[in-house]
Design a protein around this ligand. Sequence first.
Ligand SMILES: CC(C)(COP(=O)(O)OP(=O)(O)OC[C@H]1O[C@@H](n2cnc3c(N)ncnc32)[C@H](O)[C@@H]1OP(=O)(O)O)[C@@H](O)C(=O)NCCC(=O)NCCS
Length: 408
Amino acid sequence: MTDALIVDAVRSPIGRRHGTLSVVRGDDLSAQVVNGLLDRNGVEPGEVEDVQWGCVTQIDEQAWNIGRNVALAAGWPVSVCGTTVDRQCGSSMQTNFNAAAAIMSGQLDLVVSGGVEMMSRVPMGSNNGSLSDAVLERFEIVPQGISAEVIAERWDLSREALDEYSYRSHMRAARAIDEGRFEKEIVPIEVPREPSAGGGGAATAVRFAVDEAVRRDTTLEKMAGLAPSFVPDGKVTAGNSSQIVDGAAAVLVASESAAARLRLEPRARFVAFGIAGVDPHVMLHGNPEACAKALAKAGLGWDDIAVIEVNEAFASVVLQFLADTGLGERIEDVNPNGGGISLGHPLGATGARITATLVSEVERRDARYGIAAMGEQRRPVAAEGLGGGAAEGEDEHCEDQDGAHDIF
Ligand SMILES: CC(C)(COP(=O)(O)OP(=O)(O)OC[C@H]1O[C@@H](n2cnc3c(N)ncnc32)[C@H](O)[C@@H]1OP(=O)(O)O)[C@@H](O)C(=O)NCCC(=O)NCCS
């Protein structure tokens, strides 16, 4: 088996709902991200064998196998294949898994894994379908915001604790932006601007390079004043939920032979993956079990892991993760640069987004291992009944890989 090397991991800045990125199509945004990824690594597009692209709401502009359309919109040769993966919020963590598995097993040598979600343009849930009676009779299926409430109840998490975590997420994301921690992972995006309404002047483009959903001016008092979003007497609000945003992210995954042939300098490698199915009524609580499986496969424990990314779908999900893993004391190592609550959670892109952020942070700390986890959620109203999480650990083997980081 060859290692699955992470050559590089990048993302667009995340645009707030109806914000700067909302004038761009998802395939066009993705094209800029994957071209940025290849450009900065000196890779000819024709070398890429497959684009594995996560996208949850596969309708309208995001329909028609957007994975393949990303490669075509990027101007790549027709020989570059592409497919689209829906594992709900875990979609581009699953594309990491697909890419790594294909490479480790010797079937492919160079794969782009990533995803996109333009939640302003293609609303979450707009491709909703129906569920089998067999599922509905077996489970009480609820929207994910309700699951977040159930978790808060069952794990005895207070509204104050949810808000406090979320406030910290915003402060951490603001700090990360101010300290330039995201600069290495962000591919600046050229956003087209229409000529001014009065006529005259040609269409131009603005350069968009900084995440824009972070609420720097939030306070615990303001957050405490927000009404519950999902049930009248609930604890889950707009402030302690992930934000609806636009974004794309991509990871270049190579075999050892492809990396050598193309003279690439991998930053990391995938080490192991784990997935765990849980009760779909409480769909978001599978992260600890998924991580435990990945760690067991790698022969590692939590003490080996320097940085932990747990998707901030809702604050209750992260606090439940901390409670079940016993990592509450290590809050400085968990989502140290914010997450879905502050930066936003562009569903199909988030797996690759947190991979990029994790790789950067592991490097910044000069650490060896990191892990990323995310629950797989349903859309509101209806969707399939599977909960769980894809976990990825990332580590760095400075000694045997010339400064590259290893990733699960
Ligand atoms: C929770 C949710 C329903 C809230 O939607 P919304 O009400 O449209 O959210 P908004 O961002 O417009 O925020 C609502 C209000 O709260 C305010 N607000 C939100 N976060 C705040 C914060 N941290 N501090 C202060 N005010 C805040 C907003 O300013 C807004 O105020 P306004 O109405 O005066 O403009 C939506 O964000 C959501 O569905 N999130 C989860 C997405 C999801 O399920 N993803 C999949 C993972 S499970």
